[in-house]
Design a protein around this ligand. Structure first.
Ligand SMILES: *Cc1c(COP(=O)(O)O)cnc(C)c1O
Length: 409
């Protein structure tokens, strides 16, 4: 088949062949779900064995100092900083994304205390919307949810904070961060970006675009493992002005003085609440080393081409079988995933998974395919599109075992 040989040729020339070898990938599976749970980097296993057998078992509590466990939120934060256009000391890795978002939003609104409105997108990730609603309740604010193409128009001098997710989890649509930050800054609005679906998959320049606050997720493109810590970015220019929203002893200037009154640590350290989760941070740290020397521009270019190929193969035959694009066709407006609609999307995805292609379903009718160009090959992409078409043609998805819902989709 011509298409297979083209994909093979692209794989032979792929500069990311080497990073693919850094991952453990199951045989006979095409994994297009790295945007939901990244694959296992090989280095993690050895690193975790050392953490368990040496650092925990032998060195025990002294490891907080001798193996720098106590510095992990900052050292892992610094590694993430290099991927998102932040400087050392601007990012800490801790908590979950949702908790980091609570922290970022409370900080942002406290810097703009005279304004009562927070603008977001109505199709933002649900957890982000819940966090925003709680913020509104606690701080007596109004959340204005607008459609993606109305965001810029909603920015005015009544708005305290603009809170957006950079790449949408369902549609893959990407906001123009530079343009919106510029509009926000002109109106005196502070920006909070959620990078969960873009960091590690595309170039991001938080400082170059003058972002105020950002958060993101460790277990998606960053491959930090299930339940990996998230991260919080606060631009250096704001750091001294902000009291932590969730103070705890790990954010104290001198945690081991056991003082009765909270005195914030300098810099980002003050936003840490409790004891760092050493296993999660160690895993994430080892996973981030795969990014050494990687060009995010080249990575994003590969994802763009992979998305184009997938859409082309899936839609050229699948359009007459009920498939519709749900993501931008123009790759410059897309993140690192493509999404398609189909009236039987849930069953189609179950049938695909049974055929060895792992993507995911998002209600009501979305099929989502994430490309992690560090390890997704062109042959994976072309084969997945072909299997999708085959399932639609043969109506395999109509079988009862594919239509019954599972708990985690
Ligand atoms: C995945 C994701 C999250 C995840 O939040 P956790 O609290 O880490 O589970 C939050 N926001 C967005 C936009 C996401 O894509």
């Amino acid at each position: 088949m011509i298409t297979r040989s083209v994909a093979r040729a692209l794989d032979r020339r792929d500069p990311f062949r080497k990073t693919r070898a850094c991952f453990v990938l199951p045989k006979n599976t095409i994994y297009l779900d790295g945007n939901s749970l990244g694959a296992l980097p090989r280095a993690v296993e050895t690193r975790l064995r050392r953490l368990t057998k040496r650092e925990w078992a032998k060195d025990l509590i002294s490891s907080w100092n001798t193996h720098q466990w106590i510095d992990l939120p900052a050292t892992v934060g610094d590694k993430i900083a290099t991927l998102i256009g932040a400087r050392a000391g601007e990012v800490v890795a801790a908590d979950s994304t949702s908790v980091c978002l609570h922290k970022a939003l409370h900080a942002a609104v406290s810097l703009n205390p005279k304004r009562r409105v927070v603008v977001t997108e109505d199709k933002n990730f649900p957890s982000d919307l819940y966090v925003l609603d709680a913020l509104a309740r606690d701080r007596h604010l109004k959340i204005v949810r607008v459609k993606a193409d109305q965001v810029e128009r909603a920015i005015d001098t009544k708005v305290a904070v603009l809170a957006l997710t950079h790449a949408n989890y369902r549609t893959s649509e990407v906001f123009d961060m530079k343009r919106l930050n510029h509009a926000a800054r002109k109106a005196g609005v502070l920006t909070v970006w959620d990078l969960s679906h873009s960091a590690g998959a595309m170039p991001i320049d938080l400082n170059g675009t003058k972002t105020d606050f950002a958060v993101g997720c460790g277990y998606k493109y960053l491959n930090g493992g299930p339940g990996a810590p998230g991260y919080l970015f606060i631009a250096k220019r704001h750091q001294r002005k902000i009291a932590p929203a969730l103070p705890g002893w790990m954010g104290h200037a001198h945690p081991f003085a056991f003082a009765k009154r909270f005195v914030p640590a300098p810099g980002m350290q003050r936003h840490l609440t409790g004891t760092p989760y050493v296993y999660g941070l160690t895993t994430l740290s080892a996973a981030l080393d795969v990014y050494r020397g990687v060009s995010l521009k080249a990575l994003y270019a590969k994802a763009g081409l992979q998305g184009d190929l997938f859409l082309f193969f899936a839609l050229s035959e699948g359009a007459s079988l009920g498939l519709r694009p749900a993501c931008p066709i123009n790759r410059a407006s897309r993140g690192s995933q493509v999404t398609l609609r189909h009236p039987h999307a849930y069953a189609v995805m179950q049938a695909l998974i049974a055929a060895g292609v792992v993507g995911d379903f998002r209600p009501p009718d979305i099929l989502r395919f994430g490309f992690s160009p560090l390890y997704t090959s062109y042959q994976d992409v072309v084969r997945a599109a072909q299997l999708l078409v085959k399932i639609l043609k043969n109506k395999t998805y109509r079988q009862h075992r594919y239509t019954k819902p599972k708990r985690v989709t």
